[in-house]
Design a protein around this ligand. Structure first.
Ligand SMILES: C[S@@+](CC[C@H](N)C(=O)[O-])C[C@H]1O[C@@H](n2cnc3c(N)ncnc32)[C@H](O)[C@@H]1O
Length: 278
């Protein structure tokens, strides 16, 4: 069961436009930067679990991948399917589903993307189930690319949005830092998101290991770049954008930078290096 708050939040339909916002698009450009360097070459089979309305799935399909999108929000699956129907390179499928209980067969995918589900699975047991399902459906030499939202970034976002002083904000931030748990106190979705879990970056890696995966790398997606006051302008200009992306890339795996990034990516293999299961 998905928390109704989470479904209500995504039923507002904002997800389709979210990463088109200039400032937020850094998340997309940097995630693609990492994916293009680490995914196996096309036409590998990718499961985009929690793929939302399909931005990454369709970009990867256009690059020649066989992409299956899975999401628990019917609106997202409909939006992904509608975009796929209009696209030159379509998705292999777009279906309703939950990261904790995938319908895919064992060892059927070359890569699993978890770019969203772990934000909204608030218990260790549920996240473990999602990691284990990702591992199950991977081929022996397959990999997971999973995103977590950082518990050490939210205070800066709230400060920059000028909402650290709204009632309840102080307690909210304290809770993020102490436990990673986020609950919207009054469904002010505009400013205070929905039910979520914020990771410590190293905990994200430990969760992958606990599910039997071998961590290859941990990356800051945005680094501290979302704190640049003119980030939106820089993202609108392709030369400035590449400068920002290159700067983040230089420090992408520096442990002391990871937590300041809004999102963290972990790349984990089904088999430890040199020990592919057969
Ligand atoms: C912030 S959106 C990210 C969408 C897309 N992957 C992206 O990065 O742009 C989080 C996504 O996770 C999905 N989600 C939430 N709980 C999930 C679960 N238990 N299993 C799979 N997906 C889930 C939501 O429906 C939503 O589409």
């Amino acid at each position: 069961m998905i928390d109704t708050d989470i479904i209500d939040f995504y039923n507002r339909g904002l997800e389709q436009e979210r990463l088109k916002d200039a400032r937020r698009s850094i998340e997309y450009h940097r995630t693609m930067d990492v994916l293009q360097r680490f995914l196996p070459p096309p036409p590998a089979t990718i499961l985009d679990v929690g793929g939302g309305p399909g931005l990454y799935a369709l970009t990867l399909a256009a690059l020649g991948y066989q992409v299956h999108l899975i999401d628990p929000v019917p609106l997202h699956v409909e939006q992904a399917q509608a975009s796929s129907d209009l696209a030159e390179h379509r998705l292999a499928s777009a279906r309703l589903g939950d990261a904790r209980d995938l319908s895919q067969a064992d060892a059927s995918a070359d890569a699993v993307l978890l770019l969203g589900p772990l934000y909204h699975l608030t218990t260790v047991a549920d996240r473990h189930q999602a990691w284990s399902e990702a591992r199950r459906v991977l081929r022996p030499d397959g990999m997971v690319v999973a995103a977590g939202a950082s518990r050490y970034y939210t205070i800066w976002e709230m400060l920059s949005k000028g909402i650290l002083n709204v009632p309840g904000a102080e307690e909210t931030v304290q809770q993020h830092i102490a436990t990673g748990q986020h609950r919207n106190p009054g469904r002010d979705f505009e400013r205070l998101w929905t039910t979520a879990y914020f990771h410590d970056p190293h905990e994200l890696a430990s969760e992958a290991v606990a599910a039997g995966l071998a961590v290859r790398a941990l990356f800051a997606v945005e680094g501290p770049a979302k704190l640049l006051p003119d980030l939106a302008d820089r993202m609108r200009d392709s030369v400035s954008r590449e400068q920002v992306v290159a700067a983040i890339r230089r420090l992408e795996s520096e442990p002391s930078v990871l937590g300041l990034s809004s999102h963290i990516l972990v790349i984990a293999d089904k088999a430890p290096a040199g020990k592919e299961e057969r």
